[in-house]
Design a protein. Structure first.
Length: 142
């Protein structure tokens, strides 16, 4: 297995647990307050991580184009989190997390259109299965 797959699996495991833990943390407060608290904590933790894990010379290699694209990514993530937390406050975490993960389909299409990544029959089949799974789970009674 390729080494990056381990990181991706760990990312998925942490992301899956995040929604459940956040739902518990939202008890008695608004989704917006929860988002602000969580984002502040993420900022502090990532800064602490960077202080120990990122060699200083790497910061000097940051160009304005990197900052611009990363800024756009931050804007998109912020929008995603706002709507995720609004949904999480009132909906079932299992359904919200599943629908949120359909973002992979957006990533596949944008990866193809912007980055020139390949879309194969396996990619299309997997995307179809994701959509079918989202439909089936979203139709279940809660």
């Amino acid at each position: 297995m390729k080494p990056w797959i381990y990181d991706a699996v760990l990312a998925a495991a942490f992301a899956g647990a995040t929604g459940v833990v956040a739902k518990i943390g939202l008890r008695g407060i608004s989704g917006e307050v929860g988002l602000v608290v969580r984002t502040g904590m993420i900022t502090a933790l990532v800064a602490l991580f960077a202080a120990f894990a990122v060699p200083r010379p790497q910061f000097r290699s940051l160009a304005w184009t990197n900052a611009g694209w990363l800024g756009l990514s931050a804007l998109l993530a912020t929008c995603s989190w706002i709507f995720y937390f609004r949904a999480l406050k009132v909906g079932d975490v299992s359904k919200i997390a599943l629908i949120d993960k359909t973002g992979i389909l957006v990533a596949v299409v944008l990866g193809w259109a912007i980055l020139g990544e390949e879309i194969t029959w396996k990619t299309l089949s997997g995307g179809g299965l994701i959509l079918a799974g989202v439909y089936l789970i979203s139709q279940s009674r809660s």
